[in-house]
Write a protein of this length. Structure first.
Length: 131
């Protein structure tokens, strides 16, 4: 029961943060998108450098089949590209967010159908979370 209360508190906090983020995005859309682009670009650069460091400091046999260097180069390149050209991401971001939301809705529909097939009692609650 304690875990359920903790989960509901966390869920309420995340929901409140989403509301605040939504208000900020509506109030200052241009600045918000630019800040998101710079934040994502910086995070990708840091992630790329981190993967590079991991690749060069890891034991040779342990990382034989891992793609740390490739992932690092891709992340670093993408981060630098975003930092140098933030308008590209701002034009692609609404489309990408639409795709992500659509895929999330399809996954929830599939989950509710699967729950109904398995005869769960309240399968429709997952479906109602779409709205």
């Amino acid at each position: 029961m304690k875990e359920v209360k903790q989960f509901s508190k966390s869920y309420i906090l995340v929901s409140a943060l989403y509301v605040v983020l939504g208000i900020v995005l509506l109030a200052w859309p241009g600045t918000s998108v630019k800040m998101i682009c710079y934040g994502l670009g910086f995070a990708m650069v840091v992630l790329g450098i981190t993967y590079g460091i991991i690749y060069f400091t890891k034991d040779n046999l342990a990382g034989f089949l891992q793609m740390d260097l490739v992932i690092g180069i891709i992340c670093l390149s993408f981060g630098v590209f975003i930092l140098l050209n933030p308008t590209f991401l701002s034009t692609v971001l609404p489309f990408a967010m639409g795709i992500i939301l659509l895929l999330g809705a399809v996954v929830k529909i599939q989950s509710s159908i699967n729950m109904r097939r398995l005869k769960f009692g309240k399968w429709y609650l997952v479906l109602s979370a779409l709205w």
